[in-house]
Design a binder for this molecule. Structure first.
Ligand code: PEP
Ligand code: MG
Length: 368
């Protein structure tokens, strides 16, 4: 066993010495971040913040949804701020000295809002018992108003940030305050703030302008440096990457959504519905959600890499969709010249290995 462990270490350090792609992990907790670091992750490529609004914080989210005045909304956000800050303090501690990309909230509303059915039952039961269902009734009306037929193409990501004043600002403040706190404790936090679901540079500009004001105010003389960048996961973002790069210090490809939107396949439904037939017919040999579709989605990635780098030569480029941990896709990301891939903590060793293999295989033939 000892010999095996040594052999694995030898192979891994050989791969690490050869590879050009850095490998980060997707993680939203301190525990996962610590695990990712043990597996050799060189930072966090995607910290999803959606789950941080669930569980016992639901009550605050409901207050946010129900807020009838700006004051009520601001009060709910003010209570969320310290909770968010402590989420990030923990992650910065585990990833000290390494880049941590935190994505502003991107919940498809159906996963995030209280369930319509449950609320309807609560209200009906209260009525039957002659009890007051006032709050649930208001919530039910609000959730009905926000109902969407197609939530994955709806009020998600940057759209939510543009529609709910103060939401992104609260998150930006929490991220930067956490980083400053860490720096004052002698740490070296490297926060990167990422805007999801951008399709137009104007969306990013709006968010960035507000973010930069908050960053300047909170950073003060702490020496903390904060990057602001965007996901590239809407086909239009890939096609207008030259414009978007003017407002972004980094791009991270969200190949899950990019695949969904390039093919017009619903991420949530398609596997069970008809993929079997596509596989049977050989339209693809493996689901494009698992392994990058080089001809279509890959083409969008190449366009965005070329246009992005042309507009901003120091643009940092990574990928944080599921494909970041898929061996075949890692080779593709090496070929197109990304700086890093980001995958689930358990896949970090595989990604390191494949990134090493990709570099060895392409050495001699400059494919960039
Ligand atoms: C993506 O779309 O590839 C991505 C990483 O974001 P999410 O899976 O959270 O939509
Ligand atoms: Mg996405």
């Amino acid at each position: 066993d000892d010999a095996l462990v040594k052999a694995v270490h030898r192979i891994m350090s050989h791969a690490d010495a050869k590879r050009r792609l850095a490998v980060r992990a997707n993680s939203d907790t301190g525990t996962d971040s610590a695990r990712a670091r043990r597996f050799g992750a060189q930072g966090i490529g995607l910290c999803r913040t959606e789950h941080m609004f669930l569980g016992d914080r639901r009550e605050l989210v409901e207050r946010l949804i129900l807020a009838a005045t700006p004051q009520e909304r601001e009060a709910a956000l003010a209570e969320l701020l310290p909770l968010q800050r402590s989420d990030f303090v923990e992650i910065f501690r585990e990833m000290d000295g390494l880049p941590v990309t935190i994505r502003l909230i991107d919940p498809p509303l159906h996963e995030f809002l209280p369930s319509l059915e449950e609320l309807a039952v609560h209200v009906a039961v209260a009525h039957e018992r002659g009890q007051d269902a006032g709050r649930d009734e208001k919530l039910l009306a609000a959730v009905r108003r926000m109902h969407e037929e197609n939530p994955m193409l709806g009020l998600r990501g940057v759209r939510l940030g543009l529609v709910i004043p103060g939401l992104f600002a609260m998150q930006v403040r929490a991220i930067v305050e956490a980083a400053v706190h860490r720096a004052r404790d002698g740490g070296s936090p490297r926060p990167e703030i990422m805007v999801p679901l951008v399709g137009a540079v104007q969306e990013l500009e709006t968010v960035r302008t507000e973010a930069e004001r908050i960053i300047a105010e909170v950073v003060g003389d702490s020496g903390v440096e904060v990057l602001v960048g965007t996901m590239i996961e809407v086909p239009r973002a890939a096609l207008t990457a030259g414009q978007i790069a003017e407002a972004a210090q980094f791009f991270s490809f969200g190949t899950n959504d990019l695949t969904q939107m390039a093919w017009g396949f619903s991420r949530d439904d398609v596997e069970g519905a008809f993929f079997w037939r596509y596989l049977e017919l050989g339209i693809f040999g493996i689901s494009p959600f698992e392994s990058i579709d080089r001809d279509g989605v890959g083409r969008l990635v190449r366009i965005a890499v070329d246009e992005g780098r042309a507009a901003r030569p120091d643009l940092k480029l990574g990928v944080c969709g599921e494909h970041g941990g898929d061996p075949e896709s890692v080779h593709f990301f090496h070929e197109v010249g990304l700086d890093y891939v980001s995958c689930s903590p358990f896949r970090v060793p595989i990604a390191r290995l494949e990134a090493g293999r990709a570099a060895v295989e392409s050495s001699g033939s400059d494919s960039r």
